[in-house]
Design a protein around this ligand. Sequence first.
Ligand SMILES: [Ca+2]
Length: 297
Amino acid sequence: MRIITDVFRYCAENLPRWNTISISGYHIREAGSTAVQEVAFTLSNAIAYVQAAIDAGLNVDTFAGQLSFFFNSHNNLFEEVAKFRAARRMWAHIMRERFHAQDPRSLGGKILRLDKDGAAPSDDPLPGSPVFSLGHRNVEGIAWQPDTKALYETEHGPSGSFPECCHDEVNLITAGANYGWPTVRGIAKDPRFRDPLLESGPTDTWAPSGGTFAAHPGPLRGSLLFATLRGVHLHRVVFGPDGRAVAFEERLLENRFGRLRDVFELPSGDFLVLTSNRDGRGNPTRDDDRILLVTLR
Ligand SMILES: [Ca+2]
């Protein structure tokens, strides 16, 4: 990954018309895969190359146009024609929707707002577009503050190795604002972008997931609670009167139930917390996955 990312960077600057890589499905098919598996493995490899380069700070438009593919051609004509057409369309779709967080015409890396009939509301920030905010890497949880009705969001930062890692974010979402990905990550103090209210920093990862505000009357009301996967805890944040400054935060249920996926408040003021230990990344116990009934005092 390091060497191909370096090749992308060098060629983008010095050999912009050179095809930097031939992403191969040929050997996968020759080794016994089906046509469907050939496309699936090849495109997933291609996505990994593109993501590694973006995580290393490259602008996708400077290198993605020079990626080429190398597929096998078996003798079932109709299946092979369908395979090539499907692979071409899928790749175009993936590149358009997944890797253009800063392009307002793309739906990738955005929070969208739609009416129930699927149309964009007339007061969305871009006329005729469902894009509500942009520059997000991986939105995981959204929650509305019960008093101000403001929208908050959790998202994962980059997943590479240091320094291209960590920087998980909690953002206050406002219409039309740009949250920086992939140009900046975490609190960047760059006037072009909106900084997160809090982030996990350059070395720590929460992998924040679903979140909710405590709305039941009582001492917790107004706290933002969000589940964390890698962080294996339930994160509680209390914001100051402006809804932005972090007044207090704490880690609940830490290392007790493994990876936590989501949190939901019941009308009683208790919470349901969902574990996520059987997604291939946890260490499941015999009774995972579980929905925990949690009382916070
Ligand atoms: Ca950001």
